[in-house]
Design a binder for this molecule. Structure first.
Ligand code: CUA
Length: 261
């Protein structure tokens, strides 16, 4: 046989060349299949953006007629929002992140199958042209009540616009701020009283009594609630008492301040 008459080095290099060709062929085939599923079958390719500023609460955003963005916050053991109703023919950009541990996020019956990770934004895209109930499940084991972690999207021909349930309510946050006594010293209409107004506070640069500055963000609000004595604000008497609020309550107040821009 011709090949066995070749010197051993050349026989090896021939086998290597064959292996390289096979590998190249499979790589090209894989790329072609991905391209085919994206362009011909319109499969959505999930994207993952680590180290992006992520949202702290779920929300629904209208981008145009029947064109919406839904930000789902996964947390033990529910999704926020828990139910979204959209009209038939809607296109949804879905963004997912987690408040605590790793969760899964799959909209059954669609191509959207994502992971929900803390500090990471994953996104998907889905178009609904048939009415029906589309269940959302967490498919990553996330603790005791993992099996109860679900939500749903209802695609309906009875509605004209998007609506959602299970989102944090501003009324509830206002009631909380009132119940905890915050509103005695912080107005919500821009009037400066004992303390700065909540209105327009978010994102501002606070001048501290010690000459430093701090941006009003979630971490500063948290530290001002738990340890106001640590960072007195210039121009205000340091009379704010520390408030023993839970993380959830602090989150609600943070969202409240954020919404009062
Ligand atoms: Cu969340 Cu399983």
């Amino acid at each position: 046989m011709a090949s066995s008459s070749l010197p051993p080095q050349e026989r090896v290099s021939r086998i290597e060349k064959q292996a390289l060709w096979i590998a190249t062929l499979f790589t090209a085939l894989t790329i072609a299949l991905i391209a085919y599923s994206v362009f011909a079958l319109h499969a959505s390719v999930p994207t993952c953006m680590p180290n992006m500023p992520v949202f702290k609460h779920g929300s629904i955003i209208k981008h145009g007629d029947k064109n919406y963005e839904v930000d789902f916050l996964a947390r033990m053991w529910r999704f926020e929002p828990s139910k979204v109703v959209v009209p038939v023919g809607s296109t949804l950009d879905v963004a997912v992140t987690s408040k605590d541990v790793t969760h899964g996020f799959q909209i059954l019956g669609t191509d959207v199958n994502l992971m929900a990770l803390p500090f990471v934004l994953t996104t998907g895209h889905v178009h609904f042209d048939k009415p029906g109930i589309y269940h959302i499940v967490c498919h990553e084991y996330c603790g005791a009540a993992h099996q109860n972690m679900n939500a749903l999207i209802e695609v309906s021909n009875q509605v004209d616009d998007i609506s959602a349930e299970g989102l944090p309510s501003l009324d509830a946050a206002h009631a909380l701020a009132d119940a905890k006594g915050c509103l005695a010293c912080h107005s919500t209409d821009g009037t400066v009283t004992v303390g700065p107004s909540f209105k327009g506070l978010w994102g501002q640069t606070s001048q501290l009594a010690d000459g430093n500055t701090r941006m009003v963000d979630a971490s500063f609000i948290k530290s001002m609630i738990l340890h106001p004595e640590a960072t007195p604000i210039k121009g205000f008497d340091p009379v704010m008492p520390a408030q023993a609020l839970t993380d959830d309550e602090i989150d609600q107040l943070t969202t409240y301040i954020q919404e009062l821009q």
